[in-house]
Design a protein around this ligand. Sequence first.
Ligand code: NAD
Length: 315
Amino acid sequence: MRYRPLGRTGLIVSELGFGASPLGSVFGAFAEQDGIDAVRTALDLGVNFFDVSPYYGDTAAETALGRALRGVDRDSYLLATKVGRYGATEFDFGAERVKRGVTESLARLGTDHVDLIQCHDIEFGSLDLIVEETLPALRELQRAGLVRHVGVTGYPIPALAHVAARTPVDTVLSYCQHTLLDRRLAAWEGHFATLGTGVINASPLSMGALTWRGAPHWHPGSARLRERCAAAADLCERAGGDLAKLALQFSVATTGAATTVVGTRSPDHMRRNVQWLAEPIDPGLLAQVEQCLAPVRDQGWTSGRPANQDPRERS
Ligand code: NAD
């Protein structure tokens, strides 16, 4: 496992991070022991960065991750969770709620601090409120020692950049935008580096779309995107390969982000994911898959308030 600095936080993170949303049954039901074994396998293989949120499975993912980490040396891993999103349409970025949210998350995670607290999916809230109220409230918690660093997450990268330019944020988490399907994060990496903001690259498998199983029913991608991903999965299978392997290798090897966070609730997947990083990427198969996905490249989808898609257009 390789490790990289996360912006200016001083945290050194594994290039592969563990995304705990599957521990909230976001991708279907699972046996709790498998989830615990997936976390323990990740730790054994050198993964030190774990990302979760109270939103995943209506707090179930935090509870499961807390159970999995019980008894593990607290200094051996870095824990990131989130505030502000509590349901599919339930958001509250107010100071009182986010402070209470951190206390609740700490109890579920069985710890007295998290290494990173993030405002979850800021594009659904008021960016002014995030800058003027939410982030200052989280900085208070930082001074009190409950959280070590403060960041924001979301889908429209211009919204993340807008907030990071208005007030210092330690990290941004972008998802599904440094993958075989979408490279838009790459254009922003220099900007975040100039601001001193660490970048986290989440969802290298485009939330399951870049696997043989395909996108889950709630995936926001278009029917055309699903169809092209299924064609790419077939193409890989016929070549004796695996679309998930190619997608993970591509995302980790080519991103400038400090860590790439993949979601899993399976110890076997975790083992495979780490193993794949040590293997060379197949350039011939990569070229074929790139061609197959070209018609849907960089198209993505809309997430959150219209005004937050690109706040630069406001001025
Ligand atoms: P992902 O791209 O990591 O894909 C997860 C899916 O891929 C799951 O169905 C999993 O079972 C499957 N998978 C994992 N390894 C596999 C393997 N070896 N073979 C086949 N299938 C495999 O998507 P994700 O889980 O949504 O994203 C990763 C993490 O990033 C999340 O768990 C979460 O922690 C974080 N995230 C945060 C935000 C946000 O803050 N707004 C958004 C998206 C993701």
